[in-house]
Design a protein around this ligand. Structure first.
Ligand SMILES: Cc1ncc(COP(=O)(O)O)c(C=O)c1O
Length: 337
């Protein structure tokens, strides 16, 4: 049996990230609420992907890669953090993004430019079919030019990447031990490509088997998130040589807060951003954490979490994209007055 720390890892994140009590927002939601500030992981503006890249970059370094290729949405935080991690090791990056080249460079796209990433834009609708062949073709072109490309999957979602979140649960448990001798009732996180949920699930089932993990999908149907999470969690346990848990009821996934589709702001998400800013002075984002907080608020309001639950919300980052959604944020703010 292994531990995540037995695997090759490079220090990229500022750890431990703070665990903050959110007393005012918690009172409004009738819960005891803490926020795990993984928006403060540091590198390139921070966010959850920094923990994953600590375990993904060693293989790129071992292969002596000089350019990292990855993919994501227009406002991909993952792509921006990969571009920053590449720079830490003197490498370049190529980001294959979903959507046409923008007219205005804002949010993560602006940061991608500042990091000197090479950007390749694919038409929104054709992206699902085009992305894998495009990455392969660009890698081939780079190899033909004498470069050494290394590909990191969408969202850094792999068993190795998930090790970062198995360790994050250990880190959280160390902080929590000073607060309470029982574990939290719920840990809540936004779910995109499911690597974060998978790592959290493996870590939670080991340390607090009674805790429930609430994944709020921001893109995929709940069934797909659930299947992918369980699949990645099983691969992560296999890597560690850890036994499968007897039951999987720890994982609860909802897709009720996606809205029209990925990266399209929702009224609930925008309201959750304002409520969190105006009760706690903390910024969320319209693509991930705002929708996740909307999910938590709605479940709490509907009495689905029981009385006064102890909840940890994992702030997975994403703040740069706020600036790319200024119009939606401002019109929602005016309408709420
Ligand atoms: C801010 C933020 N939160 C949550 C997620 C979702 O993480 P995962 O892809 O591991 O589900 C992402 C992924 O890009 C993200 O950027």
């Amino acid at each position: 049996m292994k531990q995540p720390t037995d695997f090759p890892r490079v220090p990229l994140a500022m750890l431990p990230t703070p665990l903050e009590p959110l007393e005012r927002l918690g009172r409004a939601l009738d819960m005891r609420l803490w926020m795990k500030r993984d928006d403060y992981t540091g590198l390139g503006g921070g966010g959850n992907k920094v923990r994953k890249l600590e375990f993904l970059m060693p293989e790129a370094i071992r292969q002596r890669a000089d350019v990292i290729i990855t993919t994501g949405g227009h406002q991909s935080n993952h792509a921006r953090i990969v571009a920053a991690a590449a720079r830490r090791f003197g490498m370049d990056s190529l980001l294959v993004l979903r959507g046409a080249a923008p007219n205005t460079w804002q949010g993560n796209l602006l940061l991608d430019r500042l990091l000197g990433a090479d950007l390749d834009f694919l038409p929104y609708d054709e992206y699902p079919d085009l992305v894998a062949p495009r990455i392969e073709a660009r890698a081939e072109e780079l190899r033909a030019a004498g470069r050494r490309p290394y590909v990191i999957p969408l969202g850094g979602a792999s068993a190795k990447g998930a090790l970062g979140y198995v360790l994050a649960v250990e880190e959280l448990a160390g902080q929590w031990a000073r607060l309470d001798d029982r574990g939290p009732d719920y840990v809540v996180a936004a779910a995109g490509s499911a690597g974060t949920l998978a790592g959290l699930l493996v870590g939670l089932q080991r340390i607090w088997p009674e805790a429930r993990l609430l994944g709020i999908s921001v893109a995929w149907p709940a069934d797909r998130v659930r299947e992918r999470t369980l699949e990645l969690a099983a691969e992560t346990r296999a890597l560690l040589g850890w036994a499968e848990p007897r039951a999987q009821e720890a994982l609860i996934v909802t897709d009720e807060h996606v809205g029209p589709r990925y990266a399209v702001p929702t009224d609930g998400g925008l309201a959750a951003i304002r409520q969190t800013a105006q009760t706690e002075g903390i910024m969320l984002d319209p693509v991930y954490t705002g929708k996740a907080m909307d999910g938590l608020i709605t479940l709490a309001r509907n009495g689905r979490l029981g009385r006064s639950p102890r909840v940890v919300f994992v702030h997975t980052g994403g703040m740069p994209s706020l600036f790319a959604f200024a119009d939606a944020l401002l019109s929602a703010e005016s309408a709420a007055r």
